[in-house]
Ligand binder design. Structure first.
Ligand code: SF4
Length: 372
């Protein structure tokens, strides 16, 4: 299959791993930012091909994991209001709020529906003008254009029974926050290819220069990941800190101008809370003033929420690459995908779920340290 099989070829993977072994002369820590990359690394054993001392840590690039608890609690409050059809991607239904989750409130009678696109929610709003249809609009730069387009269409059509609970996050400020954080160990980054498909690579050179970190835009197949790691390690060994595009079959410097235009029209950049991490300046999108009427949090007046986070969950440290999931005492015992304490165990892109589902129990997995 063109553009797929060749990126899963075992012989190419082994050759890249050999090359990496020849490059490396000292220990390095590289973060893959995206949860999709984390799952691919663990599912395909990419980490196990790396030489001892090259450590991969997992970043905050899981949209379900970083959606703030207060937003989950707002979603739960809105979903339980009479006359509301609450629409969400399936992953969000099992994410624990302070006291319950969307699955439970659905079982108790709330009209919570799984949709595959914000446009599905828009269709529901067109069909049922007597009900308020709310879409849970979360995610990174990847999902934001479709959500922005849904709001724009609702506005153009005068659909006053459609609104969106928005919690969008932006990757570059999160990378900067990790670089600045106390105890940061990350020396190079694999940037998420699909985010750059929309936004381009333009945002990264300033960060690479400011913090002295190589940033390699990387895809999701095993060969993509090994090539991204190889390029990052070459730079680290040479003392360089540049942006490289190792996903040029999909990503350009400019990104997608049409998608960026609708984002600029419908959203505005704002300070944003990240679950487990805290507030990061200018790291999110909210509806722009001319579209604020479609903000579900304002329409349903659910601003004042008191949240209660699980005291056992260390997902904030997992999301910043400070620990790997098995270092959390709850991992695989009280916290499993069937009984998740935190979003990183719930989400299909969560690092804790990736470790659990791929049977990993030791930190690092390539001999860095064993804490299991
Ligand atoms: S294993 Fe569970 S409790 Fe521990 S950090 Fe991950 S999600 Fe949180």
């Amino acid at each position: 299959m063109k553009y797929l099989d060749e990126f899963r070829d075992g012989a190419i993977a082994r050759a890249l791993a050999d090359e990496i072994r020849q490059i490396v002369t000292k220990p390095w820590v590289v973060m893959e930012v995206c949860g999709g990359q984390t799952h691919s690394i663990l599912r395909n054993g990419v980490d196990q091909l790396l030489p001892e001392g090259v450590e991969l840590v997992h970043g905050p690039g899981c949209p379900v994991c970083v959606t703030p608890l207060e937003v989950i609690d707002r979603a739960l409050a809105i979903a339980q209001k009479p006359g509301v059809i609450f629409c969400s991607f399936g992953d969000m239904l099992r994410v624990p709020g302070s006291s319950t989750d969307l699955f439970r409130v659905k079982a108790e009678g709330a009209d919570v529906r799984i949709v595959y696109s914000p446009l599905d929610a828009l269709t529901l709003a067109r069909r049922d003008r007597d009900r308020q249809v709310v879409f849970f609009g979360i995610g990174f730069e990847t999902t934001a254009p479709a959500n922005a387009m849904a709001v724009k269409l609702a506005s153009d059509e005068g659909l006053d029974n459609f609104s969106m609970l928005v919690s969008h996050v932006l990757v570059p400020p999160a990378i900067e926050a990790i670089c600045r954080s106390k105890g940061n160990r990350v020396q190079g980054f694999l940037a998420a290819g699909h985010v750059c498909t929309v936004m381009g690579t333009r945002q990264y050179p300033a960060i690479a220069e400011r913090y002295g970190v190589p940033i390699v835009v990387t895809g999701f197949e095993p060969i993509d990941l090994l090539e991204g790691i190889r390029r990052a390690l070459v730079q680290l060994e040479r003392g360089e800190a540049r942006v490289e595009n190792a996903y040029a079959r999909v990503v350009s410097e400019e990104g997608n101008p049409a998608a960026r235009a609708v984002l600029d029209e419908v959203f505005e950049v704002t300070d944003q809370s990240w679950r487990g991490i805290g507030r990061i300046p200018q790291s999110g999108w909210r509806l722009a003033p001319s579209y604020r009427g479609f903000d579900a949090a304002e329409r349903f007046d659910v601003g004042a929420i008191r949240t209660v986070e699980s005291p056992e969950c260390r997902s904030g440290e997992v999301l910043q690459g400070l620990i790997t999931p098995p270092e959390c005492a709850a991992f695989g015992t009280v916290c499993t995908p069937r009984t998740p304490l935190g979003a990183t165990m719930v989400s299909s892109e969560g690092a804790c779920a990736a470790y659990f589902l791929n049977g990993r129990r030791k930190r690092g997995t390539n001999g860095v340290a064993a804490h299991a």
